[in-house]
Design a protein around this ligand. Structure first.
Ligand code: SF4
Length: 334
């Protein structure tokens, strides 16, 4: 698949699946499976931001780790710049790990408490064979770029920094390797609102400066809308809707997406919706409902919704939805 101007995707995810076994009893036999990611497909184009949104437990973080091959999928393919990540040889995988970096949610847990932040940022350069003096120099320059003056911060430890400063260190650590793709897993969720805005703005600046491509994962629809060009909505391990951020904000189709918008009211009065916000917790991913997984919380559920899962269907030029309510619309979509 390629864009209208013929640019091939930087990242292609095809029918990715990951189920985790639950073991129990003396023999530790498998007695159930957690269906974390089920048949998920999408493309990400160079220099775009794809936002992935859904409640906690919907499989977003597992998806992030599958993309970076930190865990192995049960099925499906991840291709980066046309190359199958799963089949990469160890030296090639080392190169791919430079090109694809992950920024985690918890900025404290992901920093080694025994390293100064300068050493934490320089560490990945050393692993990739950069001489120590050069690694240190590049680490200091990167710290400066993320707003941490190296003269003040380079020799400090993670516990001496605020949450926002620690997340800046993590961003510096990811970017010092000059990656092409950043997978950001809830990067601002642990931060205060005012600090969130500063870190989001920094991420936007860095993206423009370095022509980066982002996969941005969050449960917060306002954050996703702010940073994303396209959005993918996940529910219980599956993609239920995908489209441009504008199309989804203007006309969310799936009842779950509508509920997410209703639960995250906009300041724009034209955007306020009359629908009730989402109630209750998502069902257990160990034993998801048959058919459409959203049916136990859906106000429009029909008998057929229990029979078979609805497929993603095109309802606009770049807008797809998995819901039986839109079958007629999908049939005439361009
Ligand atoms: Fe609701 Fe049925 Fe659509 Fe699922 S397929 S979102 S249950 S109407």
């Amino acid at each position: 698949m390629s864009t209208a101007n013929g640019t091939p995707p930087l990242l292609e995810v095809l029918r990715l699946r990951k189920h985790f076994p639950l073991r129990g009893g003396v023999l530790q036999r498998i007695h159930a499976w957690v269906r974390a990611v089920d048949d998920v497909s999408f493309d990400v184009y160079p220099a775009e931001t794809l936002g992935i949104v859904g409640e906690s437990g919907c499989g977003k973080s597992t998806l992030a780790r599958l993309i970076l091959r930190l865990i192995e999928p049960d099925a499906g393919t991840v291709r980066f710049a046309g190359e199958d990540v799963r089949g990469a040889s160890p030296p090639r995988m080392k190169r791919l790990r430079r090109d694809m970096q992950l920024v985690f949610q918890d900025p404290y847990a992901s920093l080694n408490p025994r390293l100064t932040i300068e050493d934490a940022v320089a560490f990945s350069l050393l692993v990739h064979g950069t001489p120590r003096a050069e690694a240190r120099e590049r680490a200091r320059a990167m710290l400066g770029r993320v707003g941490l003056d190296p003269r003040l911060y380079a020799r400090r430890y993670a516990h001496e920094l605020s949450g926002g400063q620690r997340q800046r260190v993590n961003i510096a650590r990811a970017l010092v390797l000059d990656p092409r793709l950043l997978v950001l897993d809830e990067p601002v969720s642990a931060l205060d609102k005012s600090v969130q805005a500063q870190v989001l703005n920094l991420l936007q600046e860095l993206k423009a400066e370095r022509a980066l491509t982002y996969v941005f994962i969050s449960h917060d629809l306002n954050v996703i809308e702010y940073v994303s060009g396209r959005v993918l909505v996940m529910y219980l391990g599956e993609v239920v809707e995908t489209g441009t951020a504008d199309a989804l904000a203007r006309s969310p189709k799936h009842p779950y997406t509508q509920a997410l918008f209703a639960s995250a009211p906009s300041l724009d009065p034209d955007r306020r919706m009359e629908r009730p916000p989402l109630a209750g917790d998502p069902p257990n991913p160990i034993d998801p409902p048959s058919g459409c997984r959203f049916r136990t919380r859906c106000a429009f559920a029909m008998p057929r919704c229990a029979e078979a899962p609805p497929a993603l269907r095109q309802v606009g030029a770049t807008h797809e939805v998995a819901c039986y309510l839109y079958e007629a619309e999908a049939a005439v979509a361009p």
